[in-house]
Ligand binder design. Sequence first.
Ligand code: ADP
Ligand code: NA
Length: 330
Amino acid sequence: QKRPRVLSGIQPTADSFHLGNYLGALRQWVRLQDTHDTFYMVVDLHAITVEQDPKVLRERTRRSAAQLLALGVDPARSALFVQSQVPEHAQLSWVLECQTGFGEASRMTQFKDKAAKQGTDRASVGLFTYPVLQAADILLYQANEVPVGEDQRQHLELTRNLAQRFNNRYGKTFTVPEPHIVKDTAKIYDLQDPTAKMSKSSSTGNGLIELLEDPKKSAKKVRSAVTDTGREIVFDAENKPGVSNLLTILSALTDQPVAELQNAYEGKGYGDLKKGVGEAFVEWVTPVQERVRSYLDDVAELDKALALGAERAREVASVTLRNVYENIGF
Ligand code: ADP
Ligand code: NA
């Protein structure tokens, strides 16, 4: 029986992934390898929708790939590749842009949010058509499922609409993908403002735990995390967002249910919990960092692995694109 195919991507727009990226997304990438036919990519085409320094972009693309490998993306089981190395993404994207209504694209709320931040006149056309490129990413591989968070739902809906529209107009060409609702995915909050999502663009540097920073620094950030009034260690997202965030992190890192952790910390203080979270993170991240370093020590080998991943991706992508071109009369 064939495994359902899943596709996901991550932008090479930071020097390091953060704990939210791992616990909210990348950990599931690793787990999906047991049950799905997995295609994972570093989406450098998406990264250039905002200005990037070429040297920095190239470096971050490699670092992203090294981190994915270090976290457990296994090139023997997954096609791991860099988006720009598979030219079919850009090629299919153009075709799909011609199937997308201007009004339809204009309704994408993420563009509106991002453009509002940059100033609508300065936002690139690429930022505007970004969701169509995302549709191409998914449809090229005939993916059955796409792991999506709340913020990506609208884009997946567009992808489904474009697939159905194309199939109706030109004959069955694309698999219409379903959202993959990921179980035990954790939303991680900023350590200094536990009502805001941990994010690379977060305003408080001390609220962000980066996988590649000095682990001692991470432990220190955890020790100075904002907690809540009272002293009981219980999960209560509404009234105790700080403590709840720490419990979520500890539970995910140690694979212990939150209820068990609450029992274990009964009678203990916030300081003990922070110490426990810091230690669990350091213990988990130390071997990850060692593996990242070893991948980055041999860039030629890393590039070779990515070239192989791109080849594997192209085997599928080229078939879809050929079919698309044929169907539209090229
Ligand atoms: P950022 O928000 O730091 O810019 P991205 O938007 O690049 O991160 O997100 C990459 C992936 O990581 C996405 O799948 C996103 O849902 C996930 N992610 C990002 N931040 C968090 C978080 N704080 N908690 C859980 N998942 C997160
Ligand atoms: Na983001």
